[in-house]
Design a protein around this ligand. Structure first.
Ligand code: PLP
Length: 388
């Protein structure tokens, strides 16, 4: 990254940690296939199993229950399997997903479209467990998918409370913890999650590696990729040894330095206070528990894509809350679910910090927004401002 650039898009992806780079370089120099019984194969197997242990430990799970995948998206789709159960005879036949999930969960995995139900959120972006209880009162056991932390607002969901409601109704809970890993402590048992998704590239690991972690006793998972018996038959294909080794090294470094998030939270606070002082700027989900590194803000009349380009020209990488993979700004489905209208859903800009963020980054960002907002919002409609 160029030295004069400020990178504030850590929720999109993170720079590779030196530990992950070193682990990957070492893995690339190994010749063996982890399924081979000879010494070279066993060496590669060792890397995969060491990483599996590190990923399991990071979420207080069990190594046997870690399935390596190509990333968070694949883990989410793998998790959303009709027919999952804890007690034979009570398979989850319906899927309930929160309205603010990542697209890979909203797509419903392998559930038929008409089996998918959507759980709404309040103006603060948080689901109401009682609404879920009402949905589960009829219709039979469900697989429910609610993320631990939202990628746009950073809002945390009351996952453990949700898990109790889901289990009382005989269902299972999948938790997308992609954004939470490395930012807040995660314990699959304390969350009472049945399936949990994590991804390497949000914590300083490589892109293209992730995992689905199961709780003990979850059965009925239907492999997406069938063929060889890798990952105990749950994900066929020769393992991405270097990616997995990089994931293991990154997760170890992220968990070891979790306390660094206190410093990040302080910077985020400074940034947020500064933003609020700039006329017209509002911060979404500001009143609820959030990730320590994330701010989603907007301003009436602002076009997020114009702001993102403006920031970029000032040397600062931020993202629109709602950029899709083509980079085009769509109305944010998260803000839509929170009840905001079109003038707001296309205005949101996300700032996300990470381990190398500094006070200088915060000050440069505030300076840039002061400058940009004074030009971009010059003709903004005052009545819209009030409605925000
Ligand atoms: N879930 C959430 C909450 C995410 O933010 C992302 C990535 O942006 C994913 C899942 C997908 O992860 P991956 O990029 O590893 O496929």
């Amino acid at each position: 990254m160029a030295r004069d650039r400020v990178y504030l898009d850590w929720n999109a992806t993170t720079p590779l940690r030196p530990e992950a780079r070193a682990a990957m370089l070492a893995a690339w120099d190994l010749a063996g296939n982890p399924s081979s019984v000879h010494a070279e194969g066993r060496q590669a197997r060792r890397l995969v199993e060491d990483a599996r242990h590190l990923v399991a430990t990071a979420v207080s799970g069990d190594s046997r229950n870690v399935i390596f995948t190509s990333g968070g998206t694949e883990a989410n789709v793998l998790a959303l399997t009709p027919g999952l159960f804890r007690k034979p005879g009570a398979p989850a036949g319906r899927l309930i997903v929160s309205a603010v999930e990542h697209a890979s969960v909203l797509s419903g995995g392998r559930f038929a479209d008409d089996a998918i139900e959507v759980l709404g959120v309040g103006r603060d972006g948080v689901v109401d467990p009682e609404q879920l209880r009402a949905m589960l009162a009829t219709g039979g056991p469900a697989l429910v998918s609610v993320m631990l932390a939202n990628n746009e607002t950073g809002a945390l969901q009351p996952v453990a409370a949700i898990a109790d409601i889901v289990h009382q109704a005989g269902g299972l809970l999948h938790v997308d913890a992609v954004q939470a890993l490395g930012k807040i402590p995660i314990d699959i048992k304390a969350l009472r999650a049945d399936l949990l998704t994590v991804s390497a590239h949000k914590i300083g690991g490589p892109k293209g590696a992730g995992a689905l972690v199961l709780a003990d006793g979850v059965s009925g998972l239907d492999a997406l990729l069938r063929g060889g018996g890798q990952e105990l038959g749950r994900r066929a294909g020769t393992e991405n040894v270097a990616g997995i080794a990089g994931f293991g090294a990154a997760v170890k470094a992220a968990i070891t330095s979790l306390s660094e998030m206190q410093r990040i939270a302080g910077l985020r606070q400074q940034l947020e206070i500064g933003l609020r002082q700039i006329r017209g700027t509002v911060v979404f989900s500001e009143g609820v528990a959030r990730l320590p590194n994330t701010i989603l803000f907007g301003a009436a009349g602002l076009r997020a894509e114009t702001a993102v380009i403006g920031f970029d020209l000032e040397g600062i990488a931020v993202s629109s809350g709602s950029a899709c993979s083509s980079g085009k700004v769509q109305p944010s489905h998260v803000l839509e679910a929170m009840g905001y209208g079109p003038e707001v859903t296309k205005s949101a800009v996300r700032l996300s910090l990470g381990w190398s963020s500094t006070e200088t980054d915060v000050n440069r960002c505030l300076e840039a927004w002061r400058k940009l907002s004074s030009t971009l919002l010059k003709h903004s409609d005052e009545t819209l401002l009030e409605r925000f």
